[in-house]
Design a protein around this ligand. Structure first.
Ligand code: FEO
Length: 170
């Protein structure tokens, strides 16, 4: 079954949005580095790699379906924040937007009767549950610790233990 153009465009846009997400997280990583929070910087570097892997999953799906991928301009991300808590609050909000966008692609795929795309998206539905949970938990923990530097350092040390991003299966 040939993939329809509306779906190609939506997936292509999402591919670019995943790259934009990666830029946001790498920008957050460098803010953490500057503020001596290297554990959170590491966490965000892994997140950046994951976003590029997400983009590659969409890229592969379009390529396998015989569609042409169009690389588009990526907006510059924000560069300044007031605190680690603010960063994770924004990361959580951003992930909710990503989830909504992916659900919309799912609706388009369903409308088009495109089961191949629907099957590809199942991985993303699960991934988004995980992404929202991870950012929400860190947002809440950072909110809970308030101004405690000792607790912030402890959380930073925990964030350093985040394992590397899983490679995209070929
Ligand atoms: Fe690719 Fe964080 O969503």
């Amino acid at each position: 079954m040939e993939i329809n153009q509306e779906l190609v465009d939506a997936i292509n846009d999402q591919l670019n949005f995943e790259l934009y997400s990666g830029f946001i997280y790498l920008s957050m990583a460098t803010w953490f580095e500057e503020h001596y929070l290297s554990g959170f910087a590491h966490w965000m570097e892994v997140q950046y790699q994951e976003e590029f892997n997400h983009a590659m999953r969409f890229y592969r799906h379009l390529t396998e379906r015989g569609a042409r991928v169009i690389m588009k301009q990526i907006d510059a991300p924000k560069t300044e924040w007031n605190s680690a808590a603010e960063i994770f609050a924004e990361a959580y909000q951003h992930e909710k937007i990503v989830t909504e966008r992916i659900y919309k692609i799912g609706e388009l795929a369903q409308k088009a009767g495109d089961q191949s795309t629907q099957s590809m998206l199942i991985w993303f539905y699960n991934e988004q549950t995980e992404e929202e949970k991870n950012t929400m938990e860190l947002r809440d923990k950072l909110k809970m610790i308030g101004d405690s530097i000792a607790a912030l350092m402890q959380l930073d040390a925990m964030a350093r233990g985040r394992p590397p991003a899983e490679p995209v299966p070929s």
